[in-house]
Design a protein around this ligand. Sequence first.
Ligand SMILES: NC(=O)c1ccc[n+]([C@@H]2O[C@H](COP(=O)([O-])OP(=O)(O)OC[C@H]3O[C@@H](n4cnc5c(N)ncnc54)[C@H](O)[C@@H]3O)[C@@H](O)[C@H]2O)c1
Ligand SMILES: O=C(O)CC[C@H](O)C(=O)O
Length: 336
Amino acid sequence: MSHLEKQPIRVVVTGAAGQIAYSLLYIIAKGDVFGRDQPLILHLLDIPPMMEVLEGVVMEMADCALPLLHEVVPTADPVVAFHDVSAAFLVGAMPRKQGMERKDLLSANVKIFKVQGEALDKHARKDVKVLVVGNPANTNAIVCSKYAPSIPPENFTAMTRLDHNRARAQIAARANVPVACVSNVIIWGNHSSTQVPDASHAKVKINGNVVSASEAIKDEAWLKKQFIETVQKRGAAVIQARKMSSAMSAATAAADHMRSWFLGTDPDEFVSMGVVSDGSYGSPKGVVFSFPVTISNGKWKIVQDLKIDEFYLDMLTATGKELEEERAEAMAVIEA
Ligand SMILES: NC(=O)c1ccc[n+]([C@@H]2O[C@H](COP(=O)([O-])OP(=O)(O)OC[C@H]3O[C@@H](n4cnc5c(N)ncnc54)[C@H](O)[C@@H]3O)[C@@H](O)[C@H]2O)c1
Ligand SMILES: O=C(O)CC[C@H](O)C(=O)O
């Protein structure tokens, strides 16, 4: 079917005048997320002081002359932004700068997600797929879902795909293979430094054979220490070097997350996604916890029955505990 025959879908990106959106909008608009035959109407939400900057982004999008992009709706009004959307990239939030703690971010950002949850509840399609990128992403996703009771909780997800991609890149470099040869890494838990990057089920394609990461790397100590720490601290390392938080890689991961959700995972592939916990793997029920998931027909499913090496168990408990604490702090901020 050519793109002229499909009906356009409405997609909102919040924080549309910011740095992640500047990379993300182009990736979406050229068809890399929803398919090369899926026309789009892009809704761009930012706050009133950013409307002039946003106008510049709109000009640039027009100047890209992209065939799938039927319309662009820039706005500072959540009612307009969330009207009838099928997909929502919730990027708009303050990023952590050098010297800031995660706590500073939580109190500044969670209120945004209450307002946007309410707007999604009233104005979005009931099957809208929501990806929260703005930090603290897992906890913001819980807040958003709580204030959008008419939309199923499984439609609210948080981004750990960037950590997943970082883990793949580290393993590929160590095994000296292209990154496309590495799959099935797992990020458990929170998108924070307590996350648990786990390569024990990862697959590496070497000289035409698929082997485990342990077999490909032959350095268990590296997999259990440097690998984990590098992935856990990568966001902070990027801030330290760029003096700004990751943007190009974050946009790519957001696109990867939503593409997997809409178009499905490959056979035998799983990806990491922050989703509402059903208690799998001993995680606290009801928090948005990153799990390995497979996706088909637009529905994610937590991969079950993976054997978890004892080495990871305390770390899984700690990241779950952090998510429970963050949820309590977020509710205290909102209800204050
Ligand atoms: N989950 C992840 O892996 C991941 C990775 C990188 C960054 N992030 C987070 O993404 C968020 C955005 O990062 P950035 O670098 O694009 O920041 P940025 O400051 O460049 O852009 C954020 C934009 O959001 C807008 N904004 C603020 N409040 C808003 C609201 N209520 N409604 C709509 N827009 C609003 C701002 O005006 C700004 O234009 C940050 O919270 C950052 O920490 C998450
Ligand atoms: O604020 C941070 O420590 C990380 C910012 C961002 O979420 C990332 O992972 O690059």
